[in-house]
Design a protein around this ligand. Structure first.
Ligand SMILES: Cc1ncc(COP(=O)(O)O)c(C=O)c1O
Length: 341
């Protein structure tokens, strides 16, 4: 039985072309800043993000952590969405390592606006933490930030002397879905992280982008965190390959996600958030049925899904072809959940 792994877009394997680029990469010791391929990737990332400089890092979590460490600061507060990755999936490192207290803010679909931030900024009292940073995640749950929200947040941050960090793990999905260049999104943030190892299909790597002074400090914090790596050109070559060959094809993932969401909508057992399917992420519930069992029953027909509580998540990705996507739609149409909740 063929398996269709839709748990995440992180599960993809490097393509032949990418492996070849990795094999052929020119390398040097990047802790000495002598890896030419990594330097090329960092220059390209700076250009794409419209920032002065970029730094190759091991993961999206490391990018968020470095930005929170430098722009948040110990005993200060960061305003973040109730749904954010830093809050739920980075093991509290924002607090335990960066020393920043995250303040979770409720907002529709997790997308913050200046209105959500009103009244949340603290400081000036000896017994209070000071708010230093706003963190936004774009895309969040596959949903793209409207530019007017970012504009409002930037104005709000400037008014209150706050920095803005954008967790753009999937920012290229937003670029392709909305036709808004990464650098346009990035101009509302002081710092941006984007990931190569999600929709772009690389085995490892993220980029942290910001102004020169920030990236120079980030280099030191990366070392503190044990993130100085040596012949990183092998990994950076995968990133360069992905930025050349795998950005436009994100539209395929988005089209397939919409087709799968439609198949779910047409079923008599799933309730799907159609409006939320802007990129490659689909959320649905299975009212009246036990979600743990639904996940197992889907696996029995070859569909691997993730869930958090009652919400099931499917993510289209580079390893799911058009034929695979059609087959997933057929399997979902024929599927019947069995175990009642
Ligand atoms: C929105 C978001 N931010 C950050 C990360 C962290 O990335 P990494 O797994 O590379 O640490 C993820 C990972 O899935 C993510 O989805």
């Amino acid at each position: 039985m063929k398996r269709y792994d839709l748990r995440s877009d992180t599960i993809t394997k490097p393509t032949e072309g990418m492996r070849k680029a990795m094999y052929q990469a020119e390398v040097g010791d990047d802790v000495y800043r002598e890896d030419p391929t990594t330097t090329r990737l960092e220059v390209l990332a700076a250009q794409l993000s419209g920032k002065e400089k970029a730094l190759f890092i091991s993961s999206g979590s490391m990018g968020n952590l470095i930005s929170l460490y430098l722009n948040g600061g110990r005993s200060n507060e960061v305003l973040t969405s109730m749904n954010s990755h830093i809050l739920h999936h980075e093991i509290g490192s924002v607090a335990s390592i960066a020393g920043v207290l995250p303040i979770a803010i409720e907002a529709p679909r997790g997308v913050l606006s200046a209105a959500n931030l009103q009244g949340k900024v603290k400081g000036g009292e000896y017994d209070m933490a000071t708010t230093t940073l706003v963190e936004v995640e774009n895309t969040i749950g596959g949903y793209c930030y409207p530019l007017e929200n970012l504009e409002g947040i930037r104005d709000f941050a400037d008014t209150h002397g706050l920095k803005v960090h954008m967790d753009g793990a999937r920012i290229f999905n937003a670029q392709q879905a909305m036709g808004i260049p990464v650098k346009t999104y990035a101009k509302y943030a002081d710092t941006l992280t984007f990931c190569l190892s999600k929709g772009l299909g690389c085995p490892v790597g993220s980029l942290l982008c910001g102004d020169e002074a920030f990236i120079n400090k980030a280099l030191t914090v990366r070392k503190i965190l044990g993130g100085g790596m040596r012949q990183t050109g092998i990994l950076a070559a995968a990133g360069l390959y992905a930025l050349e060959h795998h950005v436009d094809r994100l539209n395929d993932d988005h089209r397939r996600a919409k087709a799968i969401a439609k198949a779910l909508e047409e079923s008599d057992w799933a309730r799907v958030d159609m409006e939320g399917v802007q990129t490659n992420v689909i959320f649905f519930t299975v009212p009246g049925f036990n979600t743990n069992e639904v996940i197992k029953e889907l696996a029995e027909v070859g569909i691997l899904a993730n869930h958090e509580g009652p919400i099931v998540r499917l993510v289209t990705n580079l390893d799911l072809s058009e034929e695979d996507s059609d087959e997933v739609c057929s399997l979902l149409k024929a599927f019947k959940p069995r175990k009642l909740s």
